[in-house]
Design a protein around this ligand. Structure first.
Ligand code: ADE
Length: 402
């Protein structure tokens, strides 16, 4: 898997850094003539998430540019034009879609705002996309930020006072909220009230401000890391799961159409098979295969064979494993002979940081049954041994508790 820097189309300006936000503002109930144009006051200026505020990740993050009229292949913001805009266009996550459809219809019927929603699951599965879809369906603005950008109370206060009735505030990586910020959210979420302390020590005073009723959509890869007071304030808590082949293949076909790239259903399936159950990776692999075909094969149609050939070149194997996955598993097998290995050891050996291994690599390896987390450390399963061409030892089942 290639490591990419977080690319912002533009560095945030000083004002934007002040309240540490990225806005995806959209005029409420736009007249049709505005539908495809970008309102002046919501130009990309406000949309870039400070790179330093993003978690280490192997992929560009979602929060980069959120209300874009950009062409599909504009540098630095390819993800945006590929996002489905309406629930009906969103492929996969059937259960989640059903739950949200009901929540949207009920809120609309009662002319109420949506309940606060917590979305959790591995990166790249569509949490940001879902928040933007909710805003579109409810015809409200969506403001997008990431928890590490909300360092000071005034960062979150600035966002909250700017919310209009029904607006959505999307906070990515919400498990990383600093405690001071999190505590401000409690009253904001529950009573739509902003409690701020002015001054310090004995002269400190608390002021309360009424807020408009808004909807907080929190996203996290680590739901267990949320404090219970925060978790309990979400009316809806929903998991996003990895996509299966039948869901990812049409996503690849849809993206290919948007990118005007010729591809066969077999070509799309080959890319989907290697995409680790993750639309963001599927779309990225498609772009790599498209490059390969344009440069090496003079723009030939992407078939199954061509997709496989291209992805082998990029070191993505038929199960979607990349160099880091294989290195992790190989070290577990060769150096530890199937005994449990600690997370920090894996991080040191692969050069990846522990958080990326835990939140990006391990969930998929566990999903396909190649890795197990045990109280004593990580173990490569017999399936992983076989995939990499090793004969698993007889005592593996004992170690795995089988
Ligand atoms: N592009 C990325 N994720 C998608 C999804 N779930 N449905 C349709 N297109 C997508």
């Amino acid at each position: 898997m290639e490591s990419m820097a977080i690319i912002s189309s533009k560095q945030p300006e000083p004002d934007d850094r002040q309240d540490g936000e990225a806005r995806g503002d959209r005029k409420r109930r736009k007249p049709p003539s505005e539908e495809n144009s970008m309102p002046k006051n919501s130009a990309p200026r406000n949309l870039a998430v400070p790179a330093s505020a993003m978690a280490s990740s192997v992929m560009p993050k979602d929060g980069d540019l959120l209300q874009s009229a950009a062409r599909p292949d504009e540098v630095g913001k390819p993800e945006e034009s590929l996002r489905p805009k309406r629930l009906a266009d969103y492929i996969g996550q059937k259960d989640l879609k059903e739950v949200l459809e009901i929540a949207i219809k009920a809120a609309q019927k009662r002319s109420e705002t949506l309940d606060h929603l917590l979305l959790y699951g591995p990166p790249g599965l569509g949490k940001t996309t879902m928040a933007l879809i909710l805003a579109e369906e409810m015809q409200v603005n969506c403001r997008v930020t990431t928890a590490p950008a909300l360092e000071r109370p005034r960062d979150i206060a600035g966002l909250l006072v700017g919310m209009q009735t029904g607006d959505i505030l999307f906070i990515d990586e919400i498990h990383r909220l600093p405690m001071v910020t999190e505590e401000i959210l409690y009253a904001a979420m529950e009573d739509f009230r902003l409690d701020i302390t002015i001054g310090k020590g004995q002269s400190a005073k608390t002021r309360s401000l009424d807020l408009q009723r808004f909807t907080l959509v929190g996203a996290t890869t680590k739901v267990g890391a949320l404090t219970s007071p925060l978790r309990d304030r979400f009316g809806l808590v929903q998991r996003l799961r990895f996509y299966d082949l039948d869901e990812l293949t049409p996503i690849v076909l849809r993206t290919a159409e948007i990118l005007s790239t010729a591809i066969t259903p077999e070509g799309a399936a080959e890319i989907a098979r290697r995409a680790r159950g993750t639309p963001r990776i599927a779309n990225r692999l498609l772009r790599r295969v498209r490059d390969y075909v344009e440069v090496k094969l003079e723009g030939a149609i992407i078939t199954g064979t061509i997709a496989a050939e291209a992805l082998e070149r990029f070191n993505v194997d038929p199960c979607g494993l990349d160099w880091t996955d294989r290195r992790m598993l190989t070290v577990m097998i060769e150096s530890f002979g199937g005994r449990p290995v600690g997370l920090d050891t894996l991080a040191a050996i692969t050069g990846e940081d522990a958080q990326t291994i835990e939140e990006v690599y391990e969930p998929y390896l566990m999903q396909i049954g190649y890795l197990q987390r045990t109280p004593r450390g990580r173990i490569a399963t017999p399936a992983a041994w076989k995939h990499l061409g090793y004969q698993p030892p007889d005592n593996q089942l004992v170690l795995l508790g089988g």
